[in-house]
Design a binder for this molecule. Structure first.
Ligand SMILES: [Fe+2]
Ligand SMILES: [Fe+2]
Length: 279
């Protein structure tokens, strides 16, 4: 990472992103450290994956807070779930998880101590993508209509139809509806069509991904690091860096963290001191 090009705000966000994720980085073999000197400041592939888990964990917090507010019928700023889910899809599922599936999992799946774990993690990636499809489907234009169209009051800040329905708890995807009730589960296509279904999809996602990321951090990444040669380790790191640059530009991570932080600010959960225990 070339910090010289970063604004002070971005440097701050980069740091807070790492700290918020509670990252504990494994020891790097001295040979690898020596090889990395030419790219001083460059992250190795495990550090890269772990900081991406930091992004994931912050989105899980956004899901937690959003689901909580919907349940308690509290204000939820428009765009929060949709925007965070788009980041999740693009940065975590289409980038981070693809790298795991291409570079990490194949190197471990022939190890009999790890193969069942790798199979579960792969299945969870697939389940996560289905849940994300469902959540995004909820916000597609034209898939919802307001139940009680509000008259022109507050026209400037009119709540999007999807959000009106979240609060209203009425069926959401009208073109799929017969006599569905708000309490009905996913449709055959896995599309949520009530606020209850949106909540279920988000909560299932959070429940699955917290242990998923924790297991990768504590078992999978360290196993990967221990079986590949130092040279291969660096090579994989280069691949990660190049893919990230291709997809997101030079400062893709910092900009992603910044986008997540903006959503946290909208929700009022950016200030880390709010999470400090009172005891
Ligand atoms: Fe994963
Ligand atoms: Fe991961």
């Amino acid at each position: 990472m070339d910090n010289r090009k970063l604004t002070s705000r971005r440097r701050f966000l980069c740091l807070t992103g790492g700290l918020a994720a509670g990252m504990v980085l494994p020891a790097i073999p001295s040979t690898v450290r020596a090889d990395q000197k030419e790219g001083a400041g460059a992250l190795n592939p495990v550090e890269d994956l772990m900081r991406e888990h930091g992004v994931l964990r912050r989105i899980l917090l956004i899901y937690d807070e959003s689901a909580n507010r919907i349940r308690r019928k509290k204000e939820l700023p428009p765009g929060v779930i949709e925007d965070s889910t788009h980041i999740l899809r693009r940065y975590i599922q289409d980038y981070h998880e693809k790298l795991e599936e291409e570079e990490i999992f194949p190197r471990l799946q022939n190890d009999e101590r790890l193969n069942s774990l790798i199979a579960i993690l792969t299945t969870q990636h697939e389940a996560g993508r289905r849940l994300t499809d469902s959540i995004l489907e909820f916000f597609k234009p034209g898939t919802v209509t307001p139940t009680k169209p509000k008259t022109e009051q507050k026209t400037e800040q009119k709540m999007p139809a999807a959000m009106e329905q979240i609060y209203g708890g009425t069926p959401l995807i009208t073109h799929l509806l017969g006599k569905e009730t708000p309490e009905m589960k996913m449709t055959a296509k896995g599309i949520p069509h009530s606020k209850q279904d949106l909540l279920i999809a988000m909560e299932q996602f959070v429940r699955m991904y917290r242990p998923h990321a924790a297991r990768e951090d504590t078992v999978v990444f360290t196993a990967f690091q221990s079986i590949v040669s130092p040279r291969k380790f660096i090579e994989v790191g280069e691949k990660f860096k190049n893919r990230g640059r291709e997809l997101f530009g030079e400062h893709g991570f910092e900009e992603t963290v910044e986008s997540v932080a903006d959503i946290e600010k909208k929700l009022g959960i950016y200030d880390l001191s709010k999470f400090t225990a009172e005891a």
